[in-house]
Design a protein around this ligand. Sequence first.
Ligand code: NOJ
Ligand code: NOJ
Length: 467
Amino acid sequence: MSPTSSLLLAFVFAAVGLSQTIDEYIESERPIAKAGVLANIGPGEKSGGAVDGVVVASPSDSDPDYLYTWTRDSSLVFKGLIDEFTLGVDDSLEGQIQNFVSAEAQQQQVSNPSGDVSSGGLGEPKFNIDLSAFTDAWGRPQRDGPALRATALITYGNYLLDGGNSSYVTDTLWPIVQLDLDYVVEYWEQSGFDLWEEVQGSSFFTTAVQHRSLREGATFATAVGQDDLASTYSTTADSVLCFLQSYWNDGEGFITANVGQRSGIDANPALASIHTFDAEAGCDAVTFQPCSDKALSNLKVYVDAFRDIYTINADAGETDPVATGRYPEDTYYSGNPWYLTTAAVAEQLYDALIVWKAQESIEVTDISLAFFQQFVSDITADTYDSSSDTYTTLIDAIQDWADGFILIDAKYTPDDGSLAEQYTRDEGTPTSAADLTWSYAAILTAFNARDGVIPDSWGASGLTASC
Ligand code: NOJ
Ligand code: NOJ
């Protein structure tokens, strides 16, 4: 092809990309993302020979080598699949889910550099894909993994209990869940590496998912006749919820991701908010629900932190959606936007829309005022019910704003629909790990939230932090 005609073709493709609507993107991307997730789970076609049910982070085996299994990625990916199965979005997934259960049961027992099953080994972040221990130097332990795995398995367990299948739950699921929850009880007060595997200390995402796991773990323990443990989990959950409050930076209106590290502005709290979403809790700020004033204020601060640092955001207006990354100071692969963090912004907003529509009102407080002023510049702190023009204006504007973040990921999705980990800050070219399982899972959960799919409640409603 001549340089002129390939240039012309590139121009045509770019034009097509730009005019893509949200519905077109979802329609084309959804099956690709779903296939992308499943291909990366053993024995899937890109899983590199992983044990059945083992999720590889990415098939990429060099620059970067992600052909390992991380407890965090695997648990988040399977929570998405378990939700799709239990909520009736996809009834074909149960075999995969049971493979995952077996793989995790096996992995828990593997002695590793963080310890063995009863001496801290559950905090090991990553394993080889044959489930042997990974023994090189790494940022370990990471204490979000056991909590996230417990949450995924409890969701499946509750579904089985509802259907009257208690033997698989008590014999197979409960022992795995108990190990993870006991780990959380024993270690939640100790420092560990954050979800980005870089800084050691206390991290909001970790504390938030630990709290959730203990809260739903208490109910689950009761359901399987373990009343004493239920009481331990619930008492510990109260302490964790109290600690969770300390991450809020009142002066600057954001949630400090990692205590005492960098600016503290990070995708971590938005990810925590979507992964601890409980529609029954409304816009509760104690658990930092997606529509809570604190989580919305945080979201604005987080998004704004990326406006000036990425070249690809340069043409965006002051309040337009932009590509976001892990945290503004990031230098990993030169520090770029991530598909999954940009999708998380949209998902937090879709979750918020679900609740505002259900409760037929939107509350604007002094804390969330700056967030809402992006859509109605002269808005004041008040409650706007669904009969008001302001309510309608906000719902429509925030729906468009949320879609705008998905459309940014869409703009930088190549024609074949594949999602890497990142796209470059200057050009928007996919970079770092190709076919990142978590990227695919994140776009799918955002699509489901946009469709109004509501994950099961985990008991966030009506909690108070008594410190
Ligand atoms: C690999 C980790 O997975 C990633 O999160 C981190 O940014 C780099 N190492 C650099 O520390
Ligand atoms: C690097 C990310 O920072 C970390 O969160 C993730 O677990 C690994 N890559 C594997 O995807």
